[in-house]
Write a protein that binds this ligand. Sequence first.
Ligand SMILES: NC(=O)c1ccc[n+]([C@@H]2O[C@H](COP(=O)([O-])OP(=O)(O)OC[C@H]3O[C@@H](n4cnc5c(N)ncnc54)[C@H](OP(=O)(O)O)[C@@H]3O)[C@@H](O)[C@H]2O)c1
Length: 295
Amino acid sequence: MDRSMKPVWVTGAGGLIGAELVRQASSQAPGWRVIPLTRRELDLTDEAAVTRRFREDQPRVIVHCAGLTRGAQCDVDPTLARALNVEVTRRLACLGGESVFVFFSTDLLFDGRRGWYAEQDEPRPRGVYCETKREGELATLEHSRHIVLRTTLNYGRSPSGDRSFNEDMLRAASAGRRIKLFTDEYRCPIPWTETARATWDLVNGLLEPSALPAPAGIFHVAGAERLSRWEIGKLVAELHPELQGALEPTSIRDYQGPPRPADSSLRCERIRPWLTSRLPGFKEWVRAKTAHGAS
Ligand SMILES: NC(=O)c1ccc[n+]([C@@H]2O[C@H](COP(=O)([O-])OP(=O)(O)OC[C@H]3O[C@@H](n4cnc5c(N)ncnc54)[C@H](OP(=O)(O)O)[C@@H]3O)[C@@H](O)[C@H]2O)c1
C-alpha cells in the first residue's frame, strides 16, 4: 500500500453505496488510500473508539454512508435514528481540523409537490428518517468546507443482498407477494455504480492541484430521467424477468400510510463540472445493460 496517498474513510462500507465506493476505489480514487469502515470494524456510536481511530488514521476525507437508512426502522426506533443520523453525523463533522466530511442525504426531504428540486430549494422533511437526515445536513453545513450529497432511489446489489429497492422487490416476488407500484409517484432512480462514481469524482476535486475550486456545500446526485414507481418497476423487471407477473400498478391516491413526497425528482446541474461522465437516465442504463445481457 502506498502510504503517501491521502487516507479517506468510507463509513457504512458493508452497505449498498459504501461497498461500491470501496470496490471502485482502485480505479476511481487512485490518489486516495481508502479505509473501509464496516460496523464490525468501528461502531460509530462508540465515541471514544471513533476519536481514537480518527487520531490513528488521520483521514483527509470522511465519506459517511452509514446510518439508519430505512424509514420503517426509523419510525420503530426514533432514538436510534437520531443517534445515528444526527449525533454520529455531528460528531464526525466536528472531528478533524482540515478534513472534509461528506454526508449522504436524501431527495425525500422535499415535500414532493413540485418536483425537479435544486440544491437551494427549501426542504420540508416529514417523518423520522427525513427529519433526522435534514438535521444531519444542517450539522454538516455548519462547517463551510463540508459536503452534503443528496441522492435518491439507488438500484444496486448490496453485499448482504437486502438493502436496495430491487433486492426488496426480488424478495417479495420470491415469497409470492404482489408488488404494488404507484403510477403517480416520481423519482429519478440511479444505479449505485453511478452514485459511487460521481462521489469519487467530487472527492477527487479535493485533491491538489485541481482546475476547479474545492467542492463544498450541497450537491444532488440522481439519474437524468424522472420516472414513476411503476415505470421503474417495469425497467427493473427487464433486468430480473422473475419479477414479471408480480408487479401491479396502483395510485398514491389509494395509499393509506405515512406521508410520501409525490415527486422528489432532483436537478443535478451543480455537480456537473466535477463529473468525468454524465449521470445517465435509468431507462437508458437498463437498456444498455439488457443489450449486453447482464443485470
Ligand atoms: N440506497 C438508497 O437508495 C439511498 C437513497 C437516498 C439516500 N441514501 C443515503 O445514502 C447513504 C448510504 O445508503 P445505503 O443504501 O448504502 O445504506 P445501507 O446499505 O443501509 O448501509 C448503511 C450502513 O450503515 C451501517 N451502520 C449502521 N449502524 C452503524 C453503526 N452504529 N456503526 C457503523 N456502521 C453502522 C450499516 O451496517 P450493517 O451492515 O452492519 O447494518 C450499513 O452497512 C445513507 O446515508 C442513506 O440514507 C441512500
